[in-house]
Design a protein around this ligand. Sequence first.
Ligand SMILES: CC(C)(COP(=O)(O)OP(=O)(O)OC[C@H]1O[C@@H](n2cnc3c(N)ncnc32)[C@H](O)[C@@H]1OP(=O)(O)O)[C@@H](O)C(=O)NCCC(=O)NCCS
Length: 214
Amino acid sequence: VHVLDDRPSGTGYLTAAANGHDGAWAVPPNRLGRRALELAREEIGGLDGRALAARVLSAPLPTGVGNRVRAAVLRASGMQVGAGTSVLGAIRVTGGSRASTRLTIGRQCFVNVGCHFDATVGIAIGDRVSIGQHVLMTTSSHDFALAGGRGGPLLHAPIRVEDGAWIAARAVLLPGVTVGQGAVVSAGAVVTRSVPAHTMVGGVPAKPIRDLPT
Ligand SMILES: CC(C)(COP(=O)(O)OP(=O)(O)OC[C@H]1O[C@@H](n2cnc3c(N)ncnc32)[C@H](O)[C@@H]1OP(=O)(O)O)[C@@H](O)C(=O)NCCC(=O)NCCS
């Protein structure tokens, strides 16, 4: 038996059999229809129509061109993006079919290319926030209590980035953190704890580097 996955549907995980594993089906034939429906739900249940529409509509724009138009397209597709915000490339929003409604980007922000917002719960970005290339903000983690499958049920906690902060390239913000007003998260940092206002942090895990003048 290769179908051992007891994770709730909709998490985006497939069973071994569904992944094309060479094991035999563990589901009796009279349950195949229901299983097929479950698989279909797993495959497309996380579709976020707004995020998809925004990606498709802004796809013709070359990277770094039409940055405010791209922000306007995100806004028009139902995301909360403040006036004067520039978005340099397609953003990736994951976290279920309503993920893009849980992402808020304030006014006069700057979002560089390749950013990924995993918004299973809220991600709130204030005003005048700069976000560098390939930043990842994720609100989800796994319960790792089960020895047989450490990536267990999803756990969620919101993220907040306050006004005037700078999140530098390839930084990762983990669930539940707040980056305080005017703080700087250095390139490549993994932020596991909230960052006080006007503080520069860096490293893995991110630690204070110095206080910044106000
Ligand atoms: C955060 C940053 C601006 C700091 O610059 P700075 O003030 O000139 O910092 P310094 O070079 O004086 O370094 C200060 C200390 O922080 C450390 N540090 C700097 N950047 C770091 C980083 N990304 N990760 C970990 N530590 C870092 C330095 O090693 C130094 O430590 P030390 O005092 O023990 O030697 C810069 O390092 C950085 O990360 N820039 C991001 C660039 C980027 O993402 N560009 C994209 C544009 S959106």
